[in-house]
Design a binder for this molecule. Structure first.
Ligand code: KG4
Ligand code: ZN
Length: 352
């Protein structure tokens, strides 16, 4: 089957066409992403109203390009999938309403996709993974460990009690006057810095839980920067390197604990840790996770970075996985700003 996927929940306008055969193998026919980065840059962060308007301006062209690059008329798809949440509600409404209109006009089934589920299932497309596996989702909006048991079967094992990890990178970058998005800038500066100059706190690390907290760390970075202001280039690089060392240690320690829990609950399953979200691009964190996985005898799977950040492929693929189970949505389905992955309305709970 062939699915169109539409993603508009944050600052990427994206559409893609993906196939899934009866064996569960997938193929990407097209993948079009338009970032709004430069539109939001003057404001130092994503402006929701501006994002929604920009999605309105561009989404129809992006969808047309996705069909053209796949070499097929839109009417040949077997279903229309769109992110229905969680995310910035104005943008989600643009994508979901467009999907409803297309589904109605073309007479195709509609699949309302949870954005987090789309991230969670991507590794089945890219690496053909079987259930269950452990997911670490680290993006600008989310930091969570999720046990992925099946399509619609998710157990959240830990989340952030304040900032998301990508958000912490972005705030540190902003504090240091670096560009957006902050994560890659902090990583670039960190390469030349001394990771041991500052000993930043590792909140919650001594506690026996899989949750994250990054806001205390961000405050510690601010206080350290204020104490030595004005900052030289060297100071800024040392702060970035020390911050990155702290978060790498936090994430790796948590991953070790999550993999230990996985092994304890499912001793007969070969453990797999999947990393998704924009922060998966960070090489220091990736190295820490690789070591944690090796230590636990687990396989680490990081899908190609363009499929870890927001894109239409993951939405089309999640739509295909749901459609394969006969799980479609009515036109009365609502866009949701909040939609936790383990909410009761997450679907039928099929395990395959
Ligand atoms: O998944 P994503 O593209 O968008 C969502 O948040 O859904 O993730 C973007 C986040 C931003 O906070 C960005 O600063 C962070 O991922 N990020 C990074 C790196 N590349 C992107 N953080 C650390 N190191 C990176 N290399
Ligand atoms: Zn995302």
């Amino acid at each position: 089957m062939r699915l169109l996927g539409i993603e508009t929940s944050c600052d990427e306008t994206a559409a893609a066409i993906v196939t899934r055969d009866a064996s569960g193998a997938g193929r990407i026919l097209s993948n079009v992403v338009r970032s709004q980065l430069t539109e939001h840059a003057p404001y130092g962060g994503v402006v929701p109203e501006l994002a929604a308007r920009s999605h309105v301006s561009h989404l129809d062209h992006i969808i047309a390009r996705a069909a053209a690059e796949a070499g097929m008329p839109l009417g040949d798809v077997d279903g229309i999938a769109a992110t229905a949440g969680p995310g910035l509600i104005g943008g989600v409404l643009v994508g979901l309403t467009t999907a409803k209109a297309l589904a109605a006009a073309l007479g195709k089934p509609l699949i309302a996709v949870n954005h987090l589920e789309a991230h969670a299932l991507t590794a089945r497309l890219t690496d053909g993974l079987q259930f269950p596996y452990l997911l670490l989702l680290v993006s600008g909006g989310h930091s969570q460990f999720v046990l992925v048991r099946g399509v619609g079967q998710y157990e959240r094992w830990g989340t952030t009690i304040d900032d998301a990890l990508g958000e912490a990178f972005d705030k540190v970058a902003k504090l240091l006057g670096l560009g957006v998005p902050g994560g890659p800038e902090v990583e670039r500066l960190a390469q030349t810095g001394d990771p041991h100059r500052f000993d930043f706190p590792r909140p919650l690390l001594k506690q026996d839980r899989l949750d994250f907290s990054f806001s205390g760390l961000k405050t510690a970075v601010r206080l350290a920067a204020e104490a030595i202001a004005p900052l030289s280039d060297r100071d800024a690089a040392d702060i970035c390197a020390s911050f990155q060392r702290a978060v790498t240690e936090i994430v790796s320690t948590r991953a070790r604990a999550a993999l230990a829990r996985f092994a304890g609950q499912m001793p007969t399953v070969a453990p797999v840790l999947v990393v998704a979200g924009g922060v998966a691009a960070n090489r220091a964190i990736g190295g820490g996770l690789r070591a944690a996985a090796e230590n636990a005898g687990a396989r680490l799977v990081v899908p190609p970075i363009p499929l870890c950040t927001d894109n239409g492929v993951m939405v089309a693929w999640a739509g295909a996985e749901r459609l394969a189970l006969g799980d479609t949505d009515g036109f009365d389905i609502a866009a949701k700003a909040r939609w936790p992955l383990d909410a009761p309305d997450m679907g039928l709970g099929h395990g395959h």
